[in-house]
Design a protein around this ligand. Structure first.
Ligand SMILES: Nc1nc2c(ncn2[C@@H]2O[C@H](COP(=O)(O)OP(=O)(O)OP(=O)(O)O)[C@@H](O)[C@H]2O)c(=O)[nH]1
Length: 143
């Protein structure tokens, strides 16, 4: 595999007094073994789902990791008329309930094209992370 496929991009966003650092992890199956290393140091996980691609939903489901940090599912491309609705997506993910467990989880409709719904999702994540400040990620588990 070429190195450029593994490299992750990092971005930072300040929301009030909170600074969020993002790692963009590739979704390809051969990269998924690396995810656990990132999960172990993360305070939250955001899954960006393509709401127009029903076939790849099952792929996203397989990628759903277990753990204790909040999960934001951003159902992207909601501007496309034929997209899956939020109830459809929630139904598709209903068998992931065991992996979600007791942690916070939100499925938020959004469109990267128009920007709609993105802020709502990020603000929700900030609230969860700040509230969990005494519940840090599983850093000790890193091998
Ligand atoms: N209509 C619509 N198109 C979108 C939206 N978000 C992304 N796209 C389009 O979907 C295509 C893929 O977008 P990318 O941002 O390259 O997706 P990606 O998952 O980051 O792709 P990788 O480069 O493989 O990681 C592009 O043609 C985008 O313009 C959206 O909210 N609405």
């Amino acid at each position: 595999m070429s190195l450029s496929k593994i490299t992750t991009t990092v971005g930072t966003i300040d929301v009030g007094k909170t600074r969020l650092m993002f790692w963009d992890l590739g979704g390809q199956e051969e990269l998924q073994s690396l995810w656990d290393k990132y999960y172990a140091e993360s305070h939250g996980v955001i899954y960006v789902i393509d709401s127009t691609d029903e076939e790849r939903l099952s792929e996203s489901k397989r990628a759903f990791g277990s753990g204790g940090v909040p999960i934001l599912v951003l159902a992207n491309k909601q501007d496309v008329e034929t997209c899956l609705s939020i109830p459809d997506i929630k139904t598709a993910f209903s068998d992931c309930i065991n992996k979600i467990g007791k942690r916070d989880c939100l499925t938020q409709a959004c469109s990267a094209l128009t920007g709609k719904g993105v802020n709502e999702g990020i603000e929700w994540m900030v609230k969860c992370v700040v509230r969990n400040i005494h519940r840090p990620p599983r850093k000790k588990d890193i091998t």
